[in-house]
Ligand binder design. Structure first.
Ligand SMILES: Cc1cc2nc3c(=O)[nH]c(=O)nc-3n(C[C@H](O)[C@H](O)[C@H](O)COP(=O)(O)O)c2cc1C
Length: 220
């Protein structure tokens, strides 16, 4: 028996962009093969690449189960991983090169939860879930880049404010340090530091009609 599944709240489209925060983070991607078998794999390099409509993207090696399932079925779910020891341990298991057809969620003791609109499942232990249909793929060298259009977003109850911002210390997003660092992760959920800045330049340096003075200035 796993931990109780938290109540997942559907996020309205106007807050999908804010839900993928920070704009690049550690995820577990779930896909499904032609026989309906679930696959899960870890990705440290998943990035939000378009605000409206929200699209997210990542790359995967040719021949991997994730790549094959996506090319065959055109759907995936990016599950944002919390910086918690027991989940990070399972992230490493999901990165092992299991044979096709092996369900990494079962192997790692993670809980599959039916998605809202796509066939691959969400992962209950992750806080936020981006259900995607594939917009395009591009293969180069031995890699495939996948760009997914977000079709639905859900998040644990209590993890998003009314303004559509994540509650950082509940979502607890993480970064993977990268393959050279083996099993190391860093948290990215400290209270965000607000940069106070000014630019001492000339208006002619900027694109016509673009108000650089208000760029990146939050209201509060
Ligand atoms: C923490 C972590 C982060 C990873 N990030 C990436 C990544 O960004 N890109 C990638 O191609 N593989 C990444 N991997 C490796 C894949 O998870 C691994 O190749 C996995 O075997 C793919 O599984 P699949 O064949 O089930 O798709 C990562 C592995 C771990 C443990």
């Amino acid at each position: 028996m796993g931990a109780p599944v938290p109540n997942k709240i559907d996020v309205p489209p106007k807050h999908w962009d804010g839900a993928f925060a920070p704009s690049s983070c550690l995820v577990i991607i779930t896909t499904m093969d032609d026989q309906g078998r679930v696959n899960a794999a870890s990705f440290g390099t998943c990035t939000r690449v378009c605000h409206d409509p929200v699209h997210i993207s990542f790359t995967c090696a040719v021949g991997k189960d994730t790549t094959n399932n996506i090319l065959a079925n055109g759907q995936f779910v990016a599950n944002i991983v919390p910086f918690e020891q027991d989940v990070l341990d399972k992230v490493l298991l999901c990165g092992l090169p299991f044979r096709p057809g092996v369900d990494e969620l079962e192997r790692a003791g993670l809980t599959a939860l039916a998605s809202r609109v796509v066939k691959p499942p969400r992962i209950a232990e992750c806080r936020t879930h981006f259900e995607c249909s594939v917009a395009w793929t591009h293969q180069w060298l031995h890699r495939v880049m996948v760009c997914g259009k977000v079709e639905a977003v859900s998040i644990d109850e209590g993890c998003m404010t009314d303004r559509g911002e994540i509650v950082w210390d509940r979502v607890k997003p993480a970064h993977y340090c990268g393959a050279p660092y083996k099993d190391r992760f860093v948290p990215v959920y400290n209270a965000p530091l607000r940069a106070k800045w000014t630019y001492d330049g000339r208006d002619e340096e900027f694109r016509e009609g673009q108000n650089w003075r208000e760029a990146f200035q939050s209201k509060d």
